[in-house]
Ligand binder design. Sequence first.
Ligand SMILES: [Fe+2]
Ligand SMILES: [Fe+2]
Length: 566
Amino acid sequence: MDVNEAQKKDEAAKPRRFSNDENLNTLLNSVVDEVSVYAERLGGQIKKLSDIGRALSGVYDLNTLLEMIVDQARNFTNADAGTLYIVENSTLRFQIVQNDSLKIRMGGKTGETIPFPPVEMKESNVSAFVALKGVSVNIPDVYDTDLFDFTGPKKFDSSTGYRSKSMLVVPMRNHENDVIGVLQLLNATNPKTNEVIAFSQDYENLSESLASQAAVSITNAKLISDMGDLFEAFVKVMATAIDEKSPVTGGHIRRVAELTLTMAEVIHDIKEGQFKDITFSQDQLYELRIAAYMHDIGKVTTPVEIVEKAKKLQTIFDRIHYVRLRMDYIIQKIKLEGQNSKIELLQNGNDPAKIKSCEQETLEKVAEMEEIRDFVNKCNEPGEFLEDETLERLKELSKRTYQDEAGESQPFLTEDELLNLSIRRGSITEAERKKMQGHAAVTLKMLKQIPFTKKLKNIPNFAGAHHEFINGKGYPLGLAGDEIPFEGKLMAVTDIAEALTASDRPYKKAMPLETVYRILRSMAEKGELDPNLVDLFIDKEVYKIYQERHENGANEKKSSEAEVKS
Ligand SMILES: [Fe+2]
Ligand SMILES: [Fe+2]
């Protein structure tokens, strides 16, 4: 105690002089003492209330909050029991039920469901009355009043041996003055004697204040949770729009999100080796899930014909039909020319040897054209690798010409057809590949424009890095090694794995999991994927865990390594 405090204490101990009249002085001193005690008690209660208010305002989980409100209100008023109702669809829905004597704790974080049906909004029910009128009700003994119908509590008492007595019911008003719930406190107890007493007027006022603070906190928590739901719904709508853009990639995003989360949870549980220190909190898992849901958001700008391109000549439709029609036209033309030559020969001397030779020549020309048509048709199929001689032959064919109806000379294959048919691997050209890859840059650009909250701030960097390679040869930024966030490296593995195992891509043939593993390993060896993450994916059988969780191990997935449009 410092000197000042000691002085103050001495002063307080001395009788105060208000008047020279001794009797009046004594009276005034006793009034001041009483007021001081009252003020001190009130100050203590206000402090307690503001502490509770502060504690409530920091909780955003609705269940935790509701339970905390009843705990604090009961603690504050020394009530043996408490119930919290929330107004919902013109009824009062039980949210929290607590009774210390009966050792009951239901609702909130307890996970214990409350079996009571919602209370109808009838004025005969005390809680409904409070909700409807917005006023508090303080009853010293519920058995001594006929203001409300207490058949329910009495029935409860007779089945449990409890005795409901004093009751304080207060409305919970939010900042807009709407009653959003009702707090009902039961059996105030004298802490010294444990005797059930009536709720004092002080408690009535303070409980009202507490209930209002609680209502504001509930409204805030609900608002935050609604905003979260709204955001998540928006994210899923975007993902659906991209998945629905093409049946080729349908469901890819959702599956990548589920596979990514499965892998993160597997990593979280690892207790030894190089992943032992990597953990994911609930918030981090949420951030990762949203990042995975948004990883291909940039595909909104990728032309659907590229996303869907299954054959080399495909744009909006497969142009092989044009080429085939052209070849058929040339064949018909050859046949017609053959017939014309034959007629000419018949008219000019009817030489059997010449006619035979003409027929033979026509047959040979038709056979050659049919072979060319089949060859081009074969070249339209996306393959693993196109041979040099095939490319040479395509080039030669593009130089050959025929005469169209108008007598104009036309090439067997146009420049664009030659370019597309000459694709060595898969079905897309370099220019199309660039456009396809552009989605990663667009993803990054789009996500950087969203003002994410603190807990979600890494989403652009995680999602934007799913096509980066460890060796720096990925896109869009060409990040290398540790420049790529761990979550980005993880998503790179799950993205490829999903694309390879997907059964809904028409340019793929069936691919067993062993082949998927082989491709992932080869990508790791080339420095594209993180080798440790690839090993983990394979060793811990992440894909099988995912399948069991999300697909019940159903339908064997199909694919091929020719192209991965992830
Ligand atoms: Fe993807
Ligand atoms: Fe992608």
